[in-house]
Write a protein that binds this ligand. Structure first.
Ligand code: NAD
Length: 368
């Protein structure tokens, strides 16, 4: 195993450390980025994917700094990537090797992300006693099973809908991705009276303008592996999901799925960013000019990390859900008011508030 450390002092906030880990004996490679620790040890998920890059982990770690700051958590931002197939039978081995390599990187606390789950966090915890999003049998609040992020997205929607001129109960909802975030979003939005009309996964999209039965869809996904096997809908390809007429669009899969080349296809009135960095900055500006409200990732999808931080602070499940509701509702209102008053995209409004807290904390530290 060898490690490479680099620091970047020229950047206003981060990244503080970019670490690449090579494990020739186990034949894999991992990345950890600690973006900023002025507010406390960084928390951020471990992404498992064959495609994850240093650049992606850097961008995701920066989003975590913003998210943890604006959510009022005593944590900085970090992120990791393990470059292997998430379905590999060797997954436990990879996680245990990875955990040992970050044992003394105390400023990074791992959590679940795409391709990892509470079981993976339990392996890390077993190795080094430091991880969040743990199974409840070992004292955790399993944020994916509890649907923390989907719950938070629906709380965000209740505040954001009036700003977009829509009523949540009348809204048609389209969701990209039917993993932890997508499934919990579908459940929470339908419980609030909205109609989920289309969802997708890597195999394609399923669409029914009259609405999909969310429980049935979950069974189909669990038993057949894809939402496209749901019988009461039309199958479309992945990209066609974005042109389906709807009021609310929730990208809840991979980065940069809405870009300059496809942003014009979107007809939703409100976009809630369930995934991290799902929309390029250029596309966000175009959406703002077109009057489509887009609530940034680090406001809308903060439910997961708020629950992770509550677990780390030994709070109960009830306290964690209360914190998610209270903080996401407050922050959504705060940034949408600022965006409206200053005519700036919601992300710019949110970033200026989040950065202020980080910069203030940095001013109290030597050498950050
Ligand atoms: P997951 O691995 O459980 O699910 C991802 C889903 O996306 C899968 O259904 C997969 O089939 C689908 N997918 C992948 N590529 C796709 C494509 N091109 N088109 C359509 N579907 C595609 O991951 P998750 O935990 O649900 O996370 C999803 C996103 O939300 C990630 O960006 C993650 O960083 C972000 N996020 C997750 C949490 C959380 O609590 N899990 C919290 C905040 C943000």
């Amino acid at each position: 195993m060898s490690k490479f450390f680099a620091t970047n002092k020229a950047v206003e906030i981060g990244p503080q450390k970019i670490i690449q880990l090579f494990f020739p004996h186990s034949n894999f490679h991992a990345i950890v980025v600690v973006d900023n620790t002025a507010l406390g040890p960084s928390i951020g998920g471990v992404r498992v994917s064959l495609d994850v890059t240093v650049e992606e982990v850097k961008r995701l770690a920066m989003v975590m700094t913003m998210k943890n700051s604006i959510s009022g958590l005593p944590h900085g931002g970090g992120k990791a990537g393990i470059i292997v197939d998430p379905k590999s039978p060797e997954k436990e081995h990879y996680f245990r090797v990875f955990a040992q390599a970050i044992k003394e990187l105390y400023e990074y606390i791992p959590g679940p992300d795409m391709g990892s789950n509470e079981e993976c966090m339990a392996w890390i915890y077993d190795e080094i006693g430091r991880a969040t999003g743990l199974p409840e049998e070992i004292g955790g609040l399993p944020l994916d099973r509890l649907g923390a992020t989907g719950y938070g997205l629906a709380e965000c929607a209740e505040i954001a809908c009036p700003y977009a001129g829509i009523e949540l109960k009348m809204a048609r909802v389209v969701i990209q991705g039917f993993g932890s975030v997508g499934r919990a979003s579908a459940k929470n939005f339908s419980e609030k009276g909205a109609t989920v009309i289309a969802v997708s996964d890597t195999k394609g999209s399923i669409y029914n303008p009259d609405g999909l039965d969310v429980n049935e869809l979950m069974d189909v996904k669990r038993t057949t592996g894809s939402v496209i096997n749901y019988k009461k809908g039309t199958v479309k390809n992945c990209e066609d999901l974005f042109s389906i007429p709807c009021e609310i669009l929730i990208p809840a899969a991979t980065p940069d799925v809405i870009r300059r080349d496809n942003v014009d296809r979107i007809s939703a009135k409100l976009i809630l960013q369930g995934a991290n960095i799902p929309i390029t900055r250029e596309a966000e500006e175009i959406l703002h000019k077109r009057g489509i409200l887009s609530v940034p990732d680090f406001i809308a999808n903060a439910g997961g990390v708020i629950m992770a931080a509550m677990e780390y602070a030994k709070k109960s499940e009830g306290e964690a859900f209360d914190a998610i509701s209270e903080r996401i509702r407050k922050n959504t209102k705060l940034i949408l008011e600022k965006s409206l008053n200053e005519d700036i995209p919601p992300r710019d409004a949110a970033e200026s508030i989040a950065k202020e807290r980080v910069l203030k904390a940095m001013s109290y530290k030597k050498g950050l």
